[in-house]
Each structure stands twice: as C-alpha cells, then as structure tokens.
Design a protein around this ligand. Structure first.
Ligand code: ARG
Length: 574
C-alpha cells in the first residue's frame, strides 16, 4: 500500500515543488470514507486556499498504473487506486508472506519495529485461594493479545503471571487447612479446594478472634522463612499453577514466567525503604511507615505495616526493581484493572523518586469493569466455570439447529472454542477503559459483531477449498489472472487486506485490541458482501474461478492472522 501512497505523494510534489516527498507521503491517509486514500491539503501549510490547492492537483493529474482517479472533496483530495495493480500486488504479497516465508511462519502483517528490544508483559495475575474474577479474565485476554502484538512487531516478549500468593491470608489458610484440608481434594482441584477452605476459615475467624491470632503467628513464621511453615504453602502454589496452566491453555494463553508476590525478595524492598527514608519521604504514623506522595496528588501510601510485615505496594516496588535487574527490559507493561490506577501510579512514582531511569519505560495498560458476568448457577468464582459455561451455552444454541448440528465435527470442543471466541471478542470490541454489561446471548450470537460471527466467516472461507476441489491446485501466483477481479466487492476486500500491516502498526501505538477487532469485522463484512455476487462455485471460466478463489484464500489467511493475533483459534469447520 505504501507504493500507492508514494505515487500520490509524487503527484503532490509534481504539483507543489516546494514539498518534499517525505512530507507529502506523511499526509497521504488511508480512508474508509468512499475512497482509498485521502489527503487533507491544509496540513502542508502551502500558500493559497485549500480548495484551490486541491483543484491544482486534480488539474495536474493523469491516470497511470497506480492511480485511477482523484476527486476533490472540500479541503480533501480523494484518491482511487488502480484495481488491477492493487489486486496484483496485494494478493501476491499476502500469499508470499503467508506461504513462502523464510521462517516458515506466516509473516504478513508482522513488522520488525521492535527488533532487538525486550518487553515484559505482566497479566492475569490471580490470587491463590481467592476468586478468579472478571477483572482477572480481562487482564488475561488483553495481556495475551498484547503479547501477540509485540511479538508480531519483532519484540522479544516475556509473558509474566504475577500471582497473589503471599500475605496474611496464607496464614489463615494454613490454619484452615489443618482443620478442613484434604490432600485428595487438593490434588483434584487445588484452586477450588483452597477457595473452599478460605471461605470456611474466614467465617470461623469472624466468630473466634483466636483464629486470626493463630493465622497471624503462622504467617509471621512464613515471612521469617521457617521451612516447616512453608512446605504446605509450596504445594498449594504448585498445584494451583498446574491447574491454571490447563485452563489458560484452553484459552490459548501461555506464560513464560510464573512469579508472584512471594517471590519478591526482602532485600530489594528493604533497600528501597531505606533509600526513601534517607530522602526524607517516609512518615512514621503509629509505627507504620508511609511514603508521602501528596505532591503528586497520589496521597500517602503505607509501605510497611506496624508489625513489620510487607505489603502489596512495597512488593510491587521491590518486584519492579528485581525485574529490571533480571530482564533489563526496554519496556514493562502491567495489565491491571483501572480500579488499581492509584496503586500502580503510586509504585511507578516511587520508582521515579528512587531515581530509576527505566521507571519511564513502565506502562500501565488499564481497563474498565464488566458488570454482571455470572453462570446460570450464580456468580462466577472460578475460571473453569466461565469456560465451561461458555461452551455449554454455545452447545445448547447450536443444538437448536438440528440439521446443522448433525454435521458439526467434535461438537463439544467446537462449542467451547466458539464460546471462548465470543467472550474474548466481546471483551476486546470497545476501548479498554469502557465498562460493559455482560450478556451471554449477545456474546454468543452468530449475528452482529461477535466472536461466533468471526469464526463463522473463517469457516466459510475455509470451506472454499473443500467445496471446489476441481480448481486445485491453483496455478502459481504469477499465472493467476488477478485482473479478472473487477467487481467493486473484490476491490473492497483487497484494499482491506492491503491495510492490515498498517492496522497492526497503528495498534501497537494505541495498545487497543479494538483496532484489530474492528479490522476483522470490516473484513468479514466485505467478504460477506462479496459472497453472492462474486461466486466461485459454478463459474464456467476456470481462470476467473481460480482468481476468485485466490482472493478468498488470501482473505482467509489475513482474517486468520487477525483472529490469531486476538488469541482466537480460527476454526476450519463448524
Ligand atoms: N493479584 C492482584 C489482584 O488480583 C493483581 C496484580 C496486579 N499486578 C501487580 N503487579 N500489582 O488484585
């Protein structure tokens, strides 16, 4: 697509010799508003009225192999590219960069802007023995997407899960485990069993203050590194991680590192505190230590409790320092709910006060709330409940159409995959910061801009090869007559395919998954609009049928790439 932009830039330079080609190029924008590219003339600050400048370009223009026509539209110059050149270049590039790359991996839509750079992305980060709530789910979905996006942009990515695996509650669980624990239950489902124990022992602690005291004493032993007090905890952690790994796998989410609050060393926390004290930033209030961030409108924050035990904030300060020492990242991203905006700002501010230059390379990717996600049984507590519910609601819906259902391969696994796609796409459809209400029927509908609709669009494209075997194998790309793709619907699809690499680059700037979701839907809609007028089946002219098939297969490749970037697993059949 840049080749077309250069052609337009050249036209501008020919008309206005004072412009440089670089400057002219920057002003050539993609547009979806009834043209392929559009140029807003005022941005060049040339002498004269914008409308007249536009007219000058129009007068200068003669059609060539790149640009078919230019049309004035107020202060804008709208440009239409040559369909013939567009089809040839875009489809061949999509094909080559999908099926004939040196790495053997599809590369269309990737770039090397991050080559040699390393990013640590922390996401999901649930708390052991507590609920996995929708906030964690959003962090998981958005974080996994960001990991893919950075990889697609050439970065080395370290995906990190920072578990809530430390704190006074683990003293409580230890007491509860002695009372209610079962090794067998623990092996079966550690996440659920620990949660149950936590609920029970909390109730006990409400009634009986000695339980709390016992728990506090136990946690003190853990903090002091008493091996006997840590053995059980280690197993809880290990078994919980194992279970989480299985569930993440179903979501197509993977971590390079499982760390957690427990892994943050005492030394780094203590050193940070001492330095803050020396800088006169610490206030003692009733034995607790607070860092004064009023100047930054970030309030006073406790960094050390009265009994000397560490807390969440201090662990984040020490944790960041250790991560830098270990990974020397060029960037570190925290995917954490906007409910924790203050917390994240506080620890970043403290790191800045401590004089770490890399504190400026930390980015908080936040997101809003989801209201009302529940299963039919009630509130969601565990991740596997969400996954199961998505699968079973979808399964029921699919069964309503008996004829279709009879042809579905592996209906349960397919239903789960579509269900998960539904949840993910819903989650990434709008700007991250927006809150949204959760509705299963909307999430799992095949109509409208939903995950199931994207899966359906992909399956339909995948079926083209299966249903038109007589056209296979396709001739080599150079022999396919792409000039036969003359319908406007073809041009719409191909132009979208051409913009995909640019969409990926833009998305890396904004870190908004909705950019990719929007692209995927625009492509799916363009394909659906072409489906009837641009048929493959039953077309007598074989060359024409093959050219069309080539286009649809390229569309499948790009839609599949966009879906994979969104962490979906594109289905071949449903
Ligand atoms: N475990 C925390 C919670 O569930 C989220 C952790 C976010 N990450 C961080 N570095 N503070 O609230």
């Amino acid at each position: 697509m840049d080749a077309f932009r250069i052609a337009i830039a050249q036209l501008l330079v020919d008309t206005f010799p004072s412009l440089t080609i670089e400057k002219a190029f920057e002003g050539v924008d993609y547009t979806s508003k009834g043209a392929d590219f559009s140029v807003a003339l005022p941005r060049y600050r040339l002498p004269g009225k914008p409308e007249e400048l536009v007219q000058k370009v129009v007068d200068k223009f003669t059609p060539d192999e790149w640009i078919e026509s230019v049309v004035p539209s107020g202060i804008h110059l709208n440009c239409f590219v040559s369909s013939k050149t567009l089809s040839r270049l875009v489809l061949d590039q999509v094909h080559a960069l999908t099926h004939a790359t040196a790495s053997g991996e599809p590369e269309y839509g990737t770039n090397k802007s991050g080559a040699g750079k390393r990013v640590v992305i922390e996401y999901s980060s649930p708390n052991i023995a507590k609920q996995f709530h929708v906030g964690h789910l959003r962090s998981t979905i958005i974080g996994a997407f960001l990991a893919n996006l950075y990889k697609a942009s050439g970065w080395e990515v370290i995906s990190m899960n920072y578990l809530g695996d430390w704190g006074t509650q683990f003293g409580l669980i230890a007491v509860g485990f002695n009372k209610y624990g079962s090794r067998e239950e623990l092996e079966k489902d550690a996440i659920k069993h620990l949660f149950d124990i936590y609920v029970k022992i909390n109730a006990d602690a409400e009634k009986d203050p000695s339980v709390k005291a016992e728990a506090a004493a136990f946690f003190k032993r853990m903090e002091d590194g008493d091996e006997a007090a840590l053995t059980d905890w280690r197993q809880w952690r290990e078994l919980s991680v194992k279970k989480y790994e299985q569930e993440y796998d179903r979501l197509n989410v993977h971590f390079d590192v499982y760390t957690g609050e427990s892994q943050v060393g005492k030394a780094s926390q203590a050193a940070a505190l001492t330095q803050l004290e020396q800088m006169g930033l610490i206030k003692d209030i009733d034995g607790a230590k607070l860092v004064d961030l009023e100047k930054y409108k970030l309030a006073m924050a406790v960094v050390r409790k009265k009994d000397g035990t560490s807390i969440y904030l201090t662990r984040d300060i020490g944790g960041a320092i250790e991560r830098y020492e270990k990974y020397k990242f060029d960037k570190m991203i925290y995917v954490v709910s906007s409910q924790q905006d203050l917390h994240v700002r506080q620890f970043i501010q403290v790191l800045k006060l401590l004089g770490f230059p890399w504190a400026d390379q930390i980015e908080h990717v936040n997101y809003g709330l989801v209201q009302g996600m529940s299963t039919r049984k009630g509130t969601v507590v565990f991740l596997d409940e969400i996954i199961r519910e998505a699968g079973s609601v979808m399964h029921e819906q699919m069964r309503k159409n008996e004829d279709k259902y009879a042809n579905v391969h592996e209906p349960e696994a397919t239903a789960e995959e579509i269900g998960i796609s539904g949840i993910k796409v819903q989650d990434m459809s709008a700007k991250r910061i927006n809150n949204y209400p959760f509705k299963w029927d909307r999430v799992l509908s095949f109509e409208g801009d939903t995950g199931p609709y994207l899966q359906y669009a992909h399956v339909r494209l995948a079926s083209i090869e299966r249903n038109n075997g007589e056209l296979l194998p396709l001739p080599p790309p150079s022999e396919i007559k792409t000039e036969l793709l003359t319908e406007p619907q073809c041009k719409a699809i191909i132009a979208l395919l051409g913009t995909y690499p640019f969409v990926v680059e833009m998305t890396l700037k904004k870190l908004e998954p909705s950019e990719i979701v929007t692209f995927a839907f625009r492509l799916a809609h363009a394909i659906s609009a072409a489906w009837m007028p641009v048929m493959v089946k039953g077309v007598e002219d074989k060359a024409l049928a093959q050219a069309r098939m080539y286009m649809y297969l390229c569309a499948r490749d790009v839609l599949g790439s966009a879906m994979r970037l969104l962490t979906l697993r594109p289905l071949e059949r449903m």
